[in-house]
Ligand binder design. Structure first.
Ligand code: AAT
Length: 275
C-alpha cells in the first residue's frame, strides 16, 4: 500500500509527498514531532504537521538565513540562532571564517536529539567546539543577554504555540538590545504569496526599531507556496552596499556573491507588501 503525507499549508492548499518510511513520531511538551523519509525530498522533519526541513532543499533556507547577514557584517565573531534545533543554520554559520562562537537556543531539546540521530547531514556541526547548545525559550535568552552578538538568526516555527512571541515588536526590541552596536538580525518571515500581513507587520516593526530594514526572498519547494521571505534589521551595515569581492569563498549550493545582491531585488507584488 502506498503512503502519502500531506501538509495543509492553508485552508485550501496542501503539499503531498510519497512516503518511503516513517522513522520516528513523538509528542513532546511543545509539539508533535515526525521524522519521515520521502521519495522526492529524502528525510523530512515535521513539527505539528508542518515541514521544517528536508534533506533535498534544506540548503537553501540554511544558507540564506546565515550567509546573507554574516556577509553583510564586516567582521562577525559571535552569532546566535533562536530555534533551528536541526542545526542547519549552525552548520552554515561555522563555515564563515571570522566566526569564533555560535550559540543555539532551541526550546525543544527533543528536536535537537532527533536531528542528531536521524539528520546527521544537517546537525553535524552541533558538536563543534565553537558551538554552544542551550535548551530554553529564545525570548528568555534574548532578554537575559545584552550587547553581546554580532548576528542573530530567528530560525523559528510559524507563529503558533511557543513561536508566537518570536514575531512580536517587543521581541525585536529585545533583539536590538542583545546585538552589539553594529549588529544585524534576520528572521524567517513566511511566504509572500500566503502571509502578506505577517510580512508587512514584521517589516514595519523592524523598520521602527532598526535604522536599516530589508526584505529578501528565495525559492524553497517544501515551504508553503515554494517562495519564502526573510526580514533583516541592521544597526549599521546595509546589505545593498556589501562589497561583493569581500565575501569569503564558501562551500555553498545556493548562496554566492551574485545571489547576495540579487535577493534584495524584489518582485513588484512583494515590494508592494512593505510599502
Ligand atoms: N531550520 C529550519 C527548521 C525550523 S525549526 C524551528 C524551531 O523553532 C523548532 O525546533 C521549534 O521547537 C523552535 N522554537 C519555537 N519557538 C521557540 C522559542 N520560543 N524559543 C526557541 N525555539 C523555539 C524552522 C522552520 C520554518 C518553517 C516554515 N514553515
Amino acid at each position: 500500500m502506498e503512503l502519502w503525507y500531506t501538509e495543509y499549508q492553508t485552508k485550501n492548499v496542501g503539499i503531498t509527498c510519497k512516503v518511503k518510511q516513517t522513522y520516528h513520531t513523538e509528542k513532546t511538551q511543545y509539539q508533535d514531532i515526525a521524522l519521515i523519509d520521502t521519495e522526492q525530498f529524502g528525510k523530512m522533519l515535521v513539527l505539528d504537521g508542518t515541514v521544517q526541513t528536508t534533506i533535498e532543499d534544506e540548503f537553501v533556507y540554511h544558507e540564506m538565513i546565515s550567509h546573507v547577514p554574516l556577509a553583510t557584517h564586516k567582521n562577525p565573531k559571535k552569532a546566535l540562532v533562536i530555534g533551528g534545533g536541526d542545526g542547519g543554520a549552525i552548520r552554515e554559520i561555522i563555515k564563515h571564517p571570522t566566526i569564533e562562537k555560535a550559540v543555539l537556543c532551541e526550546i525543544d531539546g527533543r528536536v535537537i536529539e532527533i536531528a542528531k540521530e536521524y539528520l546527521p547531514e544537517i546537525s553535524c556541526a552541533l558538536t563543534d567546539e565553537k558551538v554552544e547548545v542551550i535548551v530554553d525559550d529564545g525570548i528568555k535568552y534574548v532578554n537575559q543577554h545584552k550587547n553581546e552578538f554580532d548576528v542573530i538568526m530567528i530560525d523559528s516555527t510559524d507563529p503558533v504555540g511557543p513561536a508566537v512571541g518570536l514575531f512580536s515588536k517587543e521581541f525585536y526590541k529585545a533583539i536590538y538590545e542583545c546585538l552589539k552596536e553594529d549588529g544585524i538580525f534576520v528572521a524567517q518571515t513566511e511566504s509572500p504569496f500566503f502571509h502578506k500581513d505577517l510580512i508587512r507587520n514584521a517589516f514595519k516593526n523592524v523598520e521602527s526599531i532598526f535604522p536599516i530594514a530589508r526584505l529578501y526572498t528565495c525559492a524553497i519547494p517544501t515551504y508553503p507556496s515554494g517562495y519564502w521571505s526573510f526580514t533583516m534589521g541592521s544597526k549599521k551595515y546595509d546589505p545593498l552596499e556589501t562589497d561583493l569581492d569581500s565575501i569569503p569563498k564558501l562551500d555553498t549550493k545556493y548562496y554566492c556573491p551574485q545571489i547576495h545582491k540579487a535577493v534584495f531585488a524584489l518582485p513588484k507584488f512583494v515590494s508592494d507588501i512593505i510599502k
